[in-house]
Design a protein around this ligand. Sequence first.
Ligand code: SF4
Length: 353
Amino acid sequence: MSESRDTRLRFEQWAKNPQCTANAISAVHNVRMSEVAKREGAPITFGQSPFALARGQTFERSLFREQGKTMLEALHKARVLPEDRAGFADFRLRMSGGKQPNLDAALQATKDFLESAAKASTPAALAALPAVLAGPVVRIPGGLMLPEAILVIDVMAVQIEGDRPRLVVGEVKTYPDRAGFTDAGELATARAQAGVYVHGLRLVLADLGLTDALPVSDEGFLVLTRPGFNRPSVRAGESLQYQAQRAERGFAKLRVVAAELGGSTDPDIVIPRIQAAPTSYCESCLSFCDRAPVCHKAALASGDPTVLGDEVAHFLGATTLHRAFELMSGAEPGNEAETDLLARIAELGERNG
Ligand code: SF4
């Protein structure tokens, strides 16, 4: 029951392609895309691998063992926290290795912590605040997900800034940190998700009247693995300002979607709505959505350059693939954009011999 109330995975699904209305409806109304794809005759491929899930859980548990020792050391090393900050608070459920018996208890414990942290202003009270929070749980107000928007944040650090605390959101991923060669798509997704948590947390704090007393940093951190080891590699100073603003705009759309269909989560009502909704195919669809073959086929038929990847789509702009082929076959450009495109294609050809 606790697992099904946690809407984190649905927020993650939405954050992977927030431009797609069909994706938003699926996430908000809790009807999986695999169900839609099944009705459309597409093969189902994105069931969560039990091995990947188990690896993720093992990695997270290792971070928080012995009062968060490994996580705290990694945050010290990455300078997210100064060496003199210590202390650990655990909001995780028992089934995730924590102490909370259920989601309601975790929600209450997190709320109690936020309220007490907001009151801390003396040096002694600030120093007593835990530096690492494992799995804090918040309920985002405003009817974003059905039946409720409950978010479990992987990890938060509590910094001390002058005479008040500041929350720093962290996102844990099991893929390896290869410095400049870390998968750019994976990083973008992790940042988008962290931006969702930053904005969601700010809404929660505003609802509690704690915005000024307990600010949330515009910078977050990602916890990845060291290549070949199950040890953490922290990427500090990740700017999440743009992603949080993007989440704010996206939340407004989610509220509209959630208010549709009388709040129904009945697949027979929701699936036709998903099928009729506008889509926005992009490269990342291939990595998470079971409807990708259907949308890819439609995008190909309409000459959407995204089928060749996001870089080609940026390069061609509003020009379809069909039109680009015509231009490359000698058709006269019909406007300034097409003239410019032909010049850039010629330049590329010269550069690549
Ligand atoms: S595959 Fe289609 S339905 Fe799924 S997120 Fe992408 S565009 Fe939306």
